[in-house]
Design a protein around this ligand. Structure first.
Ligand code: FAD
Length: 455
């Protein structure tokens, strides 16, 4: 009986996935649409790995280059070196051309403008004021946002205090977006802010868990208080494995404090690449039973895969993440089911661009009779835009993870994350480079695991 039910869900998953891909095709093939060109450019860069790496490196150093001449020189150095896939016969010609003034000058100016314009597709603005127009546009397109303040972990307490002020200032400025949408479980605020705890305390360390949690609570309380006073949603993002225990226990403790325990708009993140992620999910499930009101869980696969593998190997520790992508994908689907089974005590946000993962979740939610507006699909600002259009048309709620920060340094930060973590490119890379057909992209991760076991 159970087998028949799961077979029928798998069949429906395949049908839904195909439908999303087909509708996405008609969206993104509209020749002049932004989606079409972004996909084409990303597709080409993913097809030539060395060129892509050098392009990202170039973008990484761009903010530190002062003159147009320097920009052209670095372009030549990075992109016209012998390792990139640019044909040998073009390289000397381009070097010669770009050495001539004023071509070298104009080229530098042009490249800076192109990178700035492209970066604007992924970063909403330098600060709230600059981003406001874009956020209003998202609202008009029936999307909502979660704001993320771009930046590295804080290296000093001075820097950490600047980040804390930035969060407070950003929340204070969000008045014009106040409001909520109605769902079956009640009102869900439009405004949502994602906080990275490592930016709030420079000494956060797994060797001093209690102290780290205590300091972070001090830093977080004013932010939570402000969010609560405005009826905004506040999410604590997941970071490296080292901080996981600190962040989960900190979240569950601070959300239980008397002034916050009756507030319904707090969220935490579970990373399904972690082998012990289900243990955390069960912990949150138990915790949710003690609350009168729901808590939200954003389900992600995890953004630090390569870092975790390299670090564990270096230290001789057990690797905390799955080493086979299909296992992460399968765990994502299984954890999503646990979350949906816990509705409405736990509200869910599924953050993924992977259409197989999303189709499996959407099909399961439908089989449970959970309304399309009673959970969120979250995607990154500027990524997978044509999917967002398709899913919105189908009636789903989409929230975009929207970075705020200086455009050029912000873009450099984003590409550094991509360079460090090429595993993040998995699904998009396969799709953009056109290397796989839809049925392959929709393959049940269970099948990939059994095939790997047979080998
Ligand atoms: C709205 C939003 C919010 C996010 N918030 C967070 C957050 O708070 N914390 C966080 O850590 N990440 C966060 N992420 C990033 C997320 O964890 C993923 O890195 C990213 O979304 C890619 O996953 P995918 O399902 O879109 O793509 P896919 O290509 O299907 O999956 C890629 C992911 O698979 C995993 N993976 C890759 N290779 C392997 C392998 N060999 N073995 C096992 N697993 C592997 C990695 O987790 C990788 O990121 C967020 C993403 C979004 C869209």
């Amino acid at each position: 009986m159970i087998t028949i039910a799961s077979e029928s869900i798998e069949l429906k998953t395949q049908v839904l996935g195909m439908r999303i891909f087909r509708e996405d095709e008609s969206q993104s093939s509209r020749y002049l649409s932004k989606h079409f060109w972004i996909k084409k450019i990303l597709g080409i860069s993913f097809r030539y790995p060395n060129l892509k790496v050098e392009m990202f490196r170039f973008v990484d150093v761009l903010p530190s280059l002062r003159s147009s001449r320097e920009i052209t020189e670095h372009f030549i150095l990075y992109l016209l070196n012998k390792d990139t896939e640019i044909p040998n016969w073009i390289r000397p010609f381009l070097r010669f051309l770009l050495g001539i003034f004023p071509i070298s000058f104009l080229f530098g100016v042009g490249i800076r403008a192109v990178v700035l314009r492209t970066s604007g597709n992924f970063i909403a603005g330098k600060d709230f004021k600059e981003a406001a127009k874009r956020l209003k546009k998202l609202r008009k397109k029936d999307s909502v946002f979660t704001l993320d303040i771009l930046g590295e972990s804080a290296l000093s307490e001075k820097e950490a205090n600047v980040y804390q002020k930035q969060y407070l200032r950003t929340i204070e400025n969000l008045d014009s977006f106040a409001g909520s949408e109605t769902t079956n479980y009640g009102a869900c605020p439009f405004v949502n802010v994602s906080v990275k705890c490592s930016s709030l305390y420079s000494q956060i360390s797994s060797l001093a868990k209690e102290e780290s949690a205590a300091v972070l609570k001090e830093k977080l309380r004013p932010i939570l208080r402000l969010a609560k006073s405005r009826n905004y949603f506040l999410n604590l993002d997941a970071e490296q494995y080292d901080y996981k225990e600190i962040l989960i226990s900190l979240a569950l403790e601070i959300f239980s404090e008397p002034e916050f325990s009756d507030y319904p708009h707090f969220g935490i993140v579970i990373q399904t690449y972690l082998k012990d992620s289900r243990k955390e999910l069960i912990q949150i499930l138990e915790y949710s039973k003690t609350r009168k009101i729901p808590i939200t869980v954003r389900l992600v696969k995890g953004a630090y895969w390569e870092y975790e593998v390299i670090r564990a190997k270096e230290k001789g520790w057990e690797i905390p993440v799955f080493e086979n992508k299909a296992e992460t994908d399968l765990n994502y689907e299984e954890c999503a089911k646990i979350l949906l089974d816990s509705y409405p005590r736990i509200l869910s946000a599924f953050a993924s661009h992977n259409i197989r993962s999303l189709s499996a979740i959407l099909t399961y939610a439908e089989s449970k009779g959970i309304s399309k507006r009673d959970f969120e699909i979250q995607m990154l600002y500027g990524m997978g835009d044509s999917y967002k259009v398709v899913l919105k048309k189908m009636g789903y709620r989409i929230r975009e993870y929207t970075p705020l920060g200086d455009i050029l340094p912000g873009m450099a930060y984003l590409v550094r994350r991509l360079l460090e973590n090429t595993s993040n490119q998995g699904f998009l890379q396969n799709f953009l480079s056109g290397r796989m057909d839809y049925s392959h992209l929709l393959k049940n991760p269970k099948e990939s695991i059994s095939n790997a076991e047979l080998l």
